[in-house]
Design a protein around this ligand. Structure first.
Ligand code: GDD
Ligand code: MN
Length: 379
């Protein structure tokens, strides 16, 4: 019988000094010049703590992953997850955190904007047992938000915070913070309920917990970005709206459905604009005009869904063309169903508004369900 000591050592006993207590998860995209300074800063900040850093890179064209691996080859505390064909801060964080076996996971940006010297304080607070999560806040005494790149970003950030607070069961001065720490088992418990889209993983975690989490906010500076550029854009903001909607509806309807329906509504506007334009500039007759407007609106909807609704599995190259054709066929059937059902209802003396509305709803649901399985089927 092997002695238990050997067995334990093989299994990696918790007392092993190499076992990290803290995994620092760093989502990164095009952060190559920031990798070395970031690891140096972590090393300095976390002296005396068994830590590791897990970079989650979405195959950045600047070679961020190669840079991380170069260091990982001689520093076992450094790991790299390289994802291909996917993009997204929140989903990168989830993947990184789920790859950890440490007691605690921290999430921090890879562009040096967050103040890593706050990490030991955050860890000590959690180890004390009184809190479920610690959040570095720019909006408690001693915090500082000056690193936001523009006045516009300040307005956006403040507006987003107000909006988020309206949904939160606990008071958080900085629900948009991307710098926080929690016990790894708690993250694992919450992971199933996470939405995973967009930037706001902290908000997602807070809203996914059935019991309100006990939060400690520690003040932190938000530094200016030294190298590279921010990836925050209009799509990220749309995803933020989607995240809140998704949480409000308690996951009754998938977030993608809202996005798909919203894109569809925009498509109607585009359709009408094109129809008006073609009618004014040609005299091909209504049928031809309507056909042209329909095709333009379909291409518009396809492109927008491909860019937003299915951002994480965006079709490119030949798959894009195949997807477009399939999408047009699917939506063609959707339109037939829509018109047919509305017609039947109308003939049975349903009010035209109700008949039209039900027809349109059935069309959207059909288009969504079928294009989700045929056009953007998860590969
Ligand atoms: N893997 C991966 N995939 N990482 C990403 C992606 C992505 O698609 N998009 C952004 N990142 C990484 C960046 O490389 C960076 O390390 C971090 O996520 C934050 O992205 P930034 O683009 O620098 O965000 P920011 O500075 O505009 O936003 C910061 O402030 C927000 C509050 O105003 C971040 O700290 C956010 O987390 C925070 O919510
Ligand atoms: Mn940044």
């Amino acid at each position: 019988m092997p002695d238990t000591n050997t067995q334990e050592r093989q299994a990696g006993s918790p007392a092993d000094s190499r076992t990290p207590v803290l995994s620092v998860i760093v989502p990164c995209y095009n952060e190559r010049p920031n990798v070395v300074p970031m690891i140096e800063k972590l090393d300095a900040a976390l002296a005396g703590i068994a830590w590791e850093v897990i970079y989650v890179d979405d195959n950045s064209p600047d070679g961020t992953a190669a840079e991380v691996r170069r260091i990982a080859r001689h520093d076992p505390r450094v790991r790299c997850i390289r994802r291909i064909g996917r993009r997204g801060l929140a989903s990168a964080v989830i993947e990184g955190a789920l790859s950890s076996s440490a007691d605690y996971v921290a999430v921090i940006d890879g562009d040096l904007q967050h103040d890593e010297s706050r990490l030991p304080t955050m860890l000590a607070a959690l180890q004390g047992g009184g809190y479920d999560i610690t959040v570095a806040s720019r909006h408690v005494d001693g915090g500082d938000n000056s690193g936001l790149s523009s006045k516009f970003r300040h307005i956006l950030s403040d507006g987003g915070i107000r909006l988020a607070q309206a949904f939160l069961p606990v008071r958080l001065t900085d629900p948009m913070s991307g710098f926080f720490m929690l016990p790894r088992p708690l993250f694992e418990d919450l992971a199933r309920g996470l939405n995973g889209q967009g930037f706001k993983i902290l908000l997602d975690l807070m809203l996914s917990s059935t019991a309100p989490l006990r939060v400690l906010e520690v003040p932190a500076r938000f530094r200016e970005r030294a190298a590279g550029e921010s990836k925050m854009d209009a799509l990220v903001m749309i995803q933020f709206g989607g995240l809140l909607l998704d949480k409000v509806f308690g996951g009754l309807l998938p977030l993608r459905f809202f996005s798909f329906a919203l894109v569809g509504a925009l498509g109607v506007v585009v359709h009408l604009l094109i129809l008006a334009l073609v009618r004014q500039t040609t005299n091909w007759g209504f049928e031809a005009d309507q056909t042209i407007a329909t095709i333009v609106a379909m291409v518009f909807n396809f492109q927008l869904n491909n860019a937003i609704t299915y951002r994480d599995q965006r079709l490119k190259g030949p798959a894009l063309w195949r997807g477009l054709i399939l999408f047009m066929v699917v939506c063609g059937f959707g339109a037939v169903a829509n018109i047919g059902i509305a017609q039947v209802l109308y003939e049975r003396h349903t009010a035209w508004t109700v008949a039209g509305g039900i027809g349109a709803m059935i069309g959207v649901v059909w288009n969504y369900a079928v294009s989700a399985t045929l056009v953007w089927r998860a590969r």
